[in-house]
Write a protein that binds this ligand. Structure first.
Ligand SMILES: [Zn+2]
Length: 485
C-alpha cells in the first residue's frame, strides 16, 4: 500500500507489536501477525516480514507471544466521573450485595419488591442522602483520573460521558454538573486524560425531568469548543425521555399491572404536552447541528422520538447520528425506521439480563423476551453500540460481550466467529461512528489512531463466555502505552 510505504520511508516505527494476532476489525476484516505505530498512528498491519523494515534502533518492540491486538475499546455510554467516585462499588453490585434477598426470583405479579432500591440507584442516583460523592474541584479531578486508570487497565481508549450540565449542579452526587465538564476541560489542557472523551450535554436532571424553556436556553448557550476535539469533544445533547419499565415509567402500548401505560419525564401539563415538548427539544437539537442521545425505554417513547427525528431530518437533512439509549421495548418496525434514519441503538446487555425478570414481572414474560432485541437490531442493519453504563454495571467490556452473546441466544458454530466480530465491532467500529470519528479511530488500518488493546488470547478462538477470563495485557492510546499488566 502506497500510504504505508510513504509513511515508512519517513523513519522507523516507534512501537511494533509482533508475533501474535492483529485484528483490524475493518470492513475487509484485515488480519496480521504484527502492527507498527508511529506518531500516534498505525503505520501498517500485516505479516512480520512486512513490518520488519519499519523496526529501527529506537523502536520499542513488544513480543506478543501469541497474544492478540484489537482496536482500543470505546465504551460509548460510561459515566466516568460517577464511576471514579463510586468504584469499586457499582449500582448493581450494591443492589446485589444489599438487597439480593429482595430481588424477586420470577418477578410475577406486580412491581418488583426491590423497586425502591432500583429507584434509589439506577433510576435516580439523586435519592441517596448524605454528603455528595464529589463536592469540589479536587474530588472531580480525582474521580475522572481514577476512572481513567481503571478503564485503561481494561483496554478502553474512548468513552462517552453521557450527561453533564447545569441541571445537575445541585445534584446529590456532584458527578454530573457543569463543573464536571469544566474539570474535563482543565484535565485535557494539562494532557492528563488517559482516554478520548465525548460528552453529551444535559439540560435537565439525570434520570429526571427537563423543562422545555430551560432546555432551549441551555442549548443556545452551549459551548462546544474544546482545545483538541480528538481528546475532548462536546458531541451533542442527552435527553431523558422516559423512565424504565420496572418502575412503570416507560411509555408503552402494553399495560402495567395498575392499568397505566407509563409516560414521559419531559415536563408538560399532560402527556400530549409532554410529547409535544419532547418533539420540540429533539427538533431544536437537530436544527443546531448537534447529536442527540435519548434515554428512551418504552416502545411509545421510542416511536415518538423517531417521529421527531424524522420530522427534523425532513426540515434539514443532516448526518447527525442520533441514537436511542437503552431501547428496552423497541419494536421491529421501529428498528427498521431507525436504520432508515441512520439512528443508532446504544444498549447494555448486562442490564437486559439483570432486569428482564423485573420487566416480566410488570409486563409479562412475552414482552420481556422480546425486549432489548440486540441480535434483531444488528440483523436489521441498525448500528448497535454496546456499552456498560458504568457504574450501573462494571465497565468491563469483556463481560459485556459475553452478556450480549448470551442475550442473543445460541449461535451455530459456523456463525460463532462472525458473531464475535460483530460484538467486538459494537465496542470499537460502531461507537467510532457514533462519535463521528470512523475515519480516524475504531479500526487498525494505516493512518488510523494507534489506540490498541492487547489481549492475552485471540478472541476469535474463544467462546464469548470465556472472554471475561482473558487478561488485558497492554493498552495504547495515541501511540502511548497507558497500561501494562
Ligand atoms: Zn447512563
Amino acid at each position: 500500500m502506497q500510504g504505508v510505504e510513504r509513511s515508512g520511508a519517513e523513519g522507523p516505527a516507534e512501537l511494533v507489536l509482533r508475533g501474535g494476532t492483529v485484528l483490524a476489525l475493518d470492513a475487509a476484516d484485515t488480519r496480521g501477525t504484527a502492527i507498527a505505530v508511529r506518531h500516534g498512528r498505525v503505520l501498517a498491519v500485516g505479516e512480520e516480514a512486512r513490518i520488519a523494515p519499519l523496526i529501527g534502533r529506537r523502536t520499542r518492540v513488544v513480543e506478543l507471544d501469541g497474544r492478540a491486538v484489537i482496536p482500543g475499546i470505546n465504551d460509548s455510554h460510561l459515566h466516568a466521573a460517577w464511576l471514579g467516585a463510586m468504584w469499586p462499588d457499582t449500582v448493581f453490585g450494591a443492589m446485589e450485595a444489599g438487597a439480593s434477598a429482595e430481588v424477586p426470583s420470577g418477578g410475577h405479579g406486580g412491581p418488583p419488591a426491590d423497586a425502591a432500591v432500583l429507584e434509589a440507584s439506577a433510576a435516580d442516583p439523586h435519592v441517596p442522602a448524605g454528603p455528595r460523592l464529589v463536592d469540589d474541584e479536587d474530588g472531580r479531578r480525582r474521580a475522572i483520573l481514577r476512572a481513567g486508570e481503571l478503564i485503561a487497565s481494561l483496554g478502553i481508549t474512548s468513552y462517552t460521558e453521557p450527561g453533564l450540565g447545569p441541571g445537575e449542579d445541585d445534584g446529590a452526587t456532584g458527578c454530573f454538573g457543569q463543573a464536571v465538564l469544566d474539570s474535563y476541560r482543565a484535565l485535557e489542557s494539562e494532557r492528563a486524560l488517559r482516554a478520548r472523551v465525548n460528552v453529551l450535554a444535559l439540560f435537565g436532571v439525570l434520570d429526571g425531568p427537563s423543562e422545555l424553556r430551560a432546555f432551549l436556553a441551555g442549548l443556545r448557550g452551549l459551548e462546544r469548543q474544546t482545545e483538541r476535539p480528538a481528546w475532548l469533544r462536546v458531541a451533542g445533547v442527552k435527553i431523558f425521555a422516559d423512565g424504565i419499565p420496572p418502575m412503570l415509567q416507560a411509555w408503552t402500548a402494553h399495560v402495567y399491572p395498575d392499568g397505566s401505560h407509563g409516560g414521559l419525564l419531559v415536563g408538560g401539563g399532560d402527556l400530549d404536552q409532554r410529547a409535544a415538548n419532547l418533539g420540540e427539544m429533539i427538533r431544536a437539537v437537530h436544527r443546531q447541528g448537534l447529536q442527540l442521545g435519548v434515554h428512551a425505554t418504552g416502545d411509545r417513547t421510542i416511536d415518538h422520538v423517531i417521529d421527531a427525528v424524522e420530522a427534523a431530518a425532513a426540515e434539514a437533512p443532516a448526518d447527525l447520528r442520533h441514537y436511542v439509549i437503552h431501547g428496552d421495548l423497541v419494536t421491529p418496525a421501529a428498528l427498521d425506521r431507525m436504520r432508515g434514519l441512520g439512528m443508532g441503538l446504544n444498549v447494555q446487555a448486562g442490564i437486559a439480563a439483570k432486569t428482564a425478570p423485573w420487566v416480566a414481572g410488570v409486563l409479562g414474560e412475552e414482552v420481556a423476551a422480546a425486549a432489548w432485541p440486540i441480535g434483531r437490531a444488528i440483523e436489521a442493519g441498525v448500528r448497535v453500540s454496546l456499552s456498560s453504563d458504568a457504574p450501573v454495571l462494571a465497565p468491563d467490556w469483556r463481560r459485556g460481550v459475553a452478556d450480549a452473546d448470551a442475550w442473543m441466544g445460541a449461535a451455530a458454530p459456523a456463525e460463532a466467529e462472525r458473531r464475535m466480530l460483530q460484538l467486538l465491532r459494537a465496542y470499537t467500529v460502531v461507537p467510532a461512528h457514533q462519535d463521528g470519528a470512523e475515519s480516524w479511530k475504531g479500526t487498525l488500518a494505516p493512518r488510523m489512531a494507534a489506540d490498541l488493546c492487547v489481549l492475552e488470547a485471540n478472541p476469535l478462538e474463544l467462546a464469548p463466555a470465556e472472554l471475561p477470563g482473558v487478561g488485558v495485557e497492554l493498552t495504547v492510546v495515541d501511540g502511548d502505552i497507558v497500561y501494562e499488566r
